[in-house]
Design a protein around this ligand. Structure first.
Ligand code: G6P
Length: 611
């Protein structure tokens, strides 16, 4: 978490940095700060959003051609002006911005305190910059060498940028475990947590790898690693449109992203799936496809919404590939000494490609010899680089913190992977394979149709916006959708919500049901339809308020429900891509009506780079 951005070149640094920080705010937004060099090294910081920092800068002399900024998601020390970044060194001649955690900061701090250092903040980052300066003074070395030496001593994760009063053309950046991109312009350089603050100015970038240090000095970029080995920077041209990272007339990014789903699902299948010829090609899998086909077991690791996509995929892989699947929270998997056998294959799912727990789970599985596939959205992020093979979701940048289009794109990719394997393994009939391909091609149109329910869902949201609790129930493929619907509501509207398999309700949640309790049933016509009908009866008998998502034309459930949302019919396994749409819209409208910050809900961040 935390977003960092830095600039050196002929333009006004603060303009680029503030704009960049706004683009990176999805990474954290409890405080923000900026450092500029104009005669002295000036740091300006403010608790709250980037706009509050921007307002506080009005009237200041911000003229500077070098600078760096930070938007924070607090780890060490509460969000306030003092703990915000940048942080100064002891002499205030050097400053740092940092995304990540220095795990051994406490030991470093004790040593520095003994040497007379005094700290203003509670952060690990301030300790880090004091430590760098201490090394510089002790060794009498250059700043970049001091940074390098410090990095050999710190434990933890970092993406940092360091600047100095004494070197007005110098920016030093380094990464381990947290992302960092260097933008290479004409006579100017950019550094940022992702490419969004950069693409307006240049599409030439260098993605730093772990343990690499980038030094921009006097208009020249050099890269080396922490072991002091010089490296040739690999400059890539990225293909990211500015339009894709702007709101495009929508009130919130989340709404824009919900409405983008017909297109993002189509983009995800483009050039890969062609039902008329039966062609399904995922180029990124080719080299390791046999490992998947021969897998004895598939382990899926992920967090949050991506974990829900994994749960849906579990049902599908088992149904069509006949391979046992286990879906694991990456954070649990990595710490419980899991059994990984030869023949196991791991699939890691992540929108950002940066989630620390997922990355660590991958490293663990790799160390035990597993082959790892990645399903990620952000091109060039850490997870796709750590996996053996994989497929991008191509959903375009997802900026709203609550994940929407990434979920449906993840399902699309996972289904394409499963169908590829099933066909090659012969565990699916040609007829079923074709039916599924045809129906996948129909998904964008059906999702489009589901989106026309928006106004109706707004009315339902109005009815339930003051509810204190919600229950979401579904069975089979719609069970993970229930979990996802509940998560969406919790995340952005702060209403307590639980997702449950509908039949499990009897073993606990049924006790919660009274005339106040809204219960959302995802009750489309599938294999468990009749069973869900009984579950609805059970809720009704206890006077719960039933909201049902049903298949168009359903005659029975509407009679039993206070509110009905009709979605287009599809094959059972594909229903989650459609049935999740009204749930995304419901949570969105409830959150807006409650006056919540939909795109930046409290305490959350989009990219969770701390464990
Ligand atoms: C955070 C985000 C969620 C996301 C989860 C996993 O909690 O707020 O929307 O689902 O991280 O992130 P990933 O990028 O790995 O999918």
């Amino acid at each position: 978490m935390c977003g960092i951005v830095a600039y050196v070149g002929p333009r006004q640094a603060h303009e680029i940095i503030i704009k960049g920080l706004k683009r990176l705010e999805y990474r954290g937004y409890d405080s923000a700060g900026i450092a500029l060099l104009n005669g002295s090294l000036n740091v300006y910081k403010k608790k709250g959003k980037v706009t509050e920092l921007e307002d506080s800068l009005k009237g200041q002399n911000l003229n500077s051609h070098i600078g760096m900024g930070h938007t924070r998601w607090a780890t060490h020390g509460e969000p306030n002006n003092v703990n915000a970044h940048p942080h100064y060194s002891a002499t205030r001649k050097i400053a740092i911005i940092h995304n990540g955690i220095i795990e051994n900061y406490s030991a470093l701090k004790q040593d520095l305190l003994k040497k007379g250092h005094r700290f203003l903040s509670d952060t690990d980052t301030e300790v880090f910059i004091h430590f760098i300066e201490d090394i510089k003074e002790k060794e009498g070395c250059s700043l970049d060498e001091a940074v390098r030496l410090a990095l050999t001593k710190v434990v933890g994760a970092y993406a940092i940028v360091v600047m100095s009063l004494e070197d007005p053309d110098l920016l030093i950046a380094a990464r381990k475990g947290s992302p960092l991109v260097v933008g290479v312009g004409k006579g100017e350089f950019f550094m940022a947590s992702d490419a969004t603050p950069i693409i307006e100015y240049t599409n030439e970038v260098v993605y730093l790898n772990d343990q690499e240090i980038a030094i921009v000095n006097d208009g020249k970029l050099t890269v080396k690693n922490v072991a002091n080995l010089p490296l040739t920077p690999y400059i890539q041209t990225i293909d990211l449109e500015l339009e894709a990272i702007e709101r495009g007339g929508y009130e919130h990014f989340m709404l824009k992203e919900i409405f983008e789903q017909p297109r993002s699902i189509k983009d995800c299948m483009r050039g890969r799936l062609d039902a008329s010829s039966g062609r399904l090609i995922l180029g990124g899998l080719r080299e390791y496809l046999n490992k998947l086909i021969q897998a004895d077991r598939i382990l899926i690791v992920a967090c949050g919404t991506s974990w829900h996509a994994g749960l849906v995929a579990e049902y599908f892989f088992e149904e069509v590939c006949r391979i046992p699947v286990e879906v694991e929270y990456a954070s649990e998997f990595r710490y419980r000494n899991p059994v990984i056998r030869e023949g196991d294959v791991v699939i890691a799912i992540s929108q950002s490609g940066e989630t620390a727990d997922t990355l660590a789970a991958i490293e663990l599985a790799k160390s035990k010899g597993a082959i790892i596939f990645g399903v990620c959205n952000v091109v060039g992020s850490s997870i796709p680089r750590a996996t053996h093979a994989g497929a991008y979701t191509h959903a375009g940048p997802e900026i709203g913190v609550a994940s929407t289009k990434a979920f449906t794109a993840q399902l699309t990719v996972l289904y394409m992977i499963a169908l590829t394997v099933a066909q090659k393994k012969g565990t699916i009939t040609e007829q079923k394979y074709h039916e599924l391909l045809v129906e996948m091609e129909n998904l964008p149109t059906k999702v489009e149709k589901a989106l026309t329910l928006n106004a109706q869902i707004q009315t339902i949201a109005d009815e339930f916006k003051d509810a204190r609790n919600f229950l979401y129930l579904g069975r089979g493929y719609n069970f993970p959708v229930a979990l996802e619907g509940a998560l969406k509501l919790k995340e952005i509207s702060y209403i307590h919500a639980e997702g449950y398999p509908a039949a499990e309700m009897k073993h606990g949640p049924i006790a919660l049901i009274d005339e106040q309790m809204p219960v959302v049933f995802i009750a489309t016509k599938d294999a468990s339809y009749e069973k869900v009908v009984s579950n609805i009866q059970e809720v009704k008998a206890r006077k719960g308020r039933v909201i049902s998502v049903v298949t168009e034309g359903d005659q029975l459930i509407p009679k039993m429900s206070e509110f009905v949302i009709e979605v287009p019919a599809t094959l059972d396994p594909l229903m989650p891509l459609i049935s999740v749409i009204p749930l995304q819209l419901l949570s969105y409208h409830i959150a807006v009506m409650r006056g919540c910050n939909v795109d930046q809900p409290r305490n959350l961040a989009k990219s969770v780079t701390v464990e």
